[in-house]
Design a protein around this ligand. Structure first.
Ligand SMILES: Nc1ncnc2c1ncn2[C@@H]1O[C@H](COP(=O)(O)OP(=O)(O)OP(=O)(O)O)[C@@H](O)[C@H]1O
Ligand SMILES: [Mg+2]
Length: 510
């Protein structure tokens, strides 16, 4: 009696596992052979992947497909990659279908498949479809099958046919060559809803200037002032004066949000604004966990991270911010692999001058309170903040007088956009997009100081005991001042203004 040959019962299907904001290829092999009907999954699956057995079984039966009543083994390779989450369901189902002869195995090689199954056979949207699409293209696949909701997001990656499929039955039809879904269009950028306008803020000219500089050069900003001075109000208006993200930036933003499950199906064409509460954990702020997830600083990538009541954040959370603020990315190591999340955001902090938050002459804090407060805002963190700005309580007159028209966000954004364009042109090829991202070498190369600017800096250095980093930061900020004014070279007064905003940092640390 002829025995069926082993390869007839074996099928393999490609899928992708999320790693950081990228993905790694995983091959799902299914083996069907005679024996007691059991279904085993091996290859470092987590609980959600083990549960896929039940979903795959029910989804197949409820889609009028056959679930083989034989001994069924699925292997996820490579075995040393942790497989987490439900996005392997679809590839598992396809492998079972191919191994039991219900879909042709020959065509499967050009496909990668990712998706979660419901018991009824419908496909549920997954996290990280964009990262998986990038992975599929890099690995040379021609087609990627994803849940229909993730189609627009995955289609942002060109050079890959993305098939958005609503359920298992339709996936089978695609693999059998009986049906083709419409190509998903990458979602059109949606118009940003009118953000709060800068024109609403009365007075606070220094703080507004600092906000404009922060937006123009991507500098971090700390606002210190009494309650009700308008710190929160100002910070919320920063996204409104930033230029729209370029397509590449929008893809970077979408990639992080997609991995975190915050993507609404298409391109994130707006800069993120993240304002975590001060009780947030360290890993919530900078990312991490056993299957590393992006933290708030990464979710704010290419946008704004607002830390209101900065001094109330835990010390360890603030310390953990130091490295990402310097390098623009978060490095997490898992086992032997280092995973990196992007984290190039403008950090804007707000706090009261002291714990009791009363005006200086009514302050009831003792020296210990003050010292504890100052320690929270440690020197190394402050060293990474280019702009420190003290706000006074606004005069009542400023609040009521409506005659003096304050500049609107649109006016300021036009200046910021022009200054950013100058920087992009000058920094082309260096990898930096704004002055704050310049490394020490570019900082020196692009300073082009006018006579007097140098001596002004040396003088400021002596007066304020700048650290080496502080020195470079003053130069970068002065560069932004000049860019906003549309000048190629840095003048003494630009250095002076930059030093002024730096002075605040030294005053707080003192
Ligand atoms: N400069 C200003 N111009 C117009 N309105 C202002 C200004 N400052 C404060 N306000 C009004 O006061 C409200 C409170 O301001 P905001 O929340 O920004 O204060 P804050 O400085 O963040 O205070 P706290 O330290 O208590 O957090 C604002 O919503 C706004 O209505
Ligand atoms: Mg506030």
């Amino acid at each position: 009696m002829p025995q069926p040959t082993v390869p007839d019962m074996l099928a393999s299907v490609a899928t992708f596992a999320i790693e950081g904001v990228g993905s790694r290829q995983v091959v799902v092999e299914a083996d069907v052979r005679r024996g007691l009907p059991v279904f085993t999954i091996v290859g470092l699956p987590d609980a959600a992947v083990r549960e896929a057995r039940e979903r795959v079984r029910a989804a197949l039966l409820n889609s009028s497909l056959e679930f083989p009543l034989q001994r069924l083994t699925a292997n996820l390779a490579p075995a040393d990659v942790r497989k987490a989450g439900p996005s392997f369901d679809l590839a598992l189902a396809a492998a079972v279908l191919a191994a039991s002869g219900q879909v042709p195995r020959e065509t499967l090689g050009s496909y990668a498949l990712c998706g979660e199954l419901s018991l009824g056979g419908a496909l549920r949207p997954i996290r990280g479809a964009l990262a998986m699409a990038f992975g599929a293209r890099a690995a040379g696949f021609e087609r990627l099958i994803v849940p229909v909701e993730n189609g627009g997001e995955a289609a942002l990656v060109g050079g890959l046919e993305v098939l958005g499929v609503p359920d298992l039955a339709r996936m089978v039809a695609v693999l059998r060559g009986e049906w083709r879904p419409e190509a998903p269009a990458p979602q059109a950028p949606f118009a940003a809803p009118a953000a709060d306008d800068l024109g609403d803020v009365r007075g606070q000219t220094d703080a507004k200037r600092a906000l404009e500089l922060a937006a123009a050069g991507g500098h971090n900003l700390l606002m210190i002032g009494p309650p009700g001075a308008g710190k929160t109000m100002l910070a919320r208006r920063l996204p409104g004066i930033l230029p729209d993200p370029s397509f590449d930036e929008a893809v970077e933003i979408t990639r992080v949000h997609s991995v975190a499950g915050l993507c609404d199906g298409g391109l994130s064409s707006r800069r993120p604004f993240r304002a975590p509460h001060h009780t947030i954990s360290t890993s919530g702020l900078v990312g991490g966990g056993s299957t590393p997830r992006p933290g708030e600083i990464s979710l704010a990538h290419r946008g704004v991270l607002f830390l209101d009541e900065l001094a109330e954040f835990s010390r360890s959370a603030l310390e953990a911010l130091r490295q990402p603020l310097e390098s623009g990315c978060v490095e997490v190591s898992r086992g032997q692999r280092a995973i990196s999340f992007p984290a190039a955001a403008i950090m804007i902090g707000a706090c009261n001058p002291c714990p009791c938050a009363r005006p200086r002459n009514e302050c009831v804090c003792n020296e210990v309170d003050h010292a504890r407060y100052a320690r929270r805002l440690s020197g190394p963190l402050l060293d990474r903040i280019d702009l420190v700005c003290e706000l006074d309580a606004t005069a009542p007159l400023d609040l009521v007088e409506a005659g003096t028209a304050a500049e609107t966000s649109a006016t300021v954004r036009a200046r910021v956009t022009a200054a950013r364009a100058r920087q992009r042109e000058r920094l082309a090829g260096t990898g930096a997009l704004s002055n704050s991202e310049m490394d020490a070498r570019s900082t020196r190369r692009h300073e082009r100081r006018e006579g007097g600017a140098r001596s002004r800096l040396i003088e400021g250095h002596a007066r304020r005991a700048l650290t080496g980093r502080g020195h470079d930061r003053v130069l970068r900020l002065a560069r932004t001042v000049a860019d906003l004014a549309g000048r190629d070279s840095i003048r003494p007064e630009d250095v002076e203004e930059a030093l002024g905003f730096r002075l605040g940092a030294e005053a707080v640390a003192a």
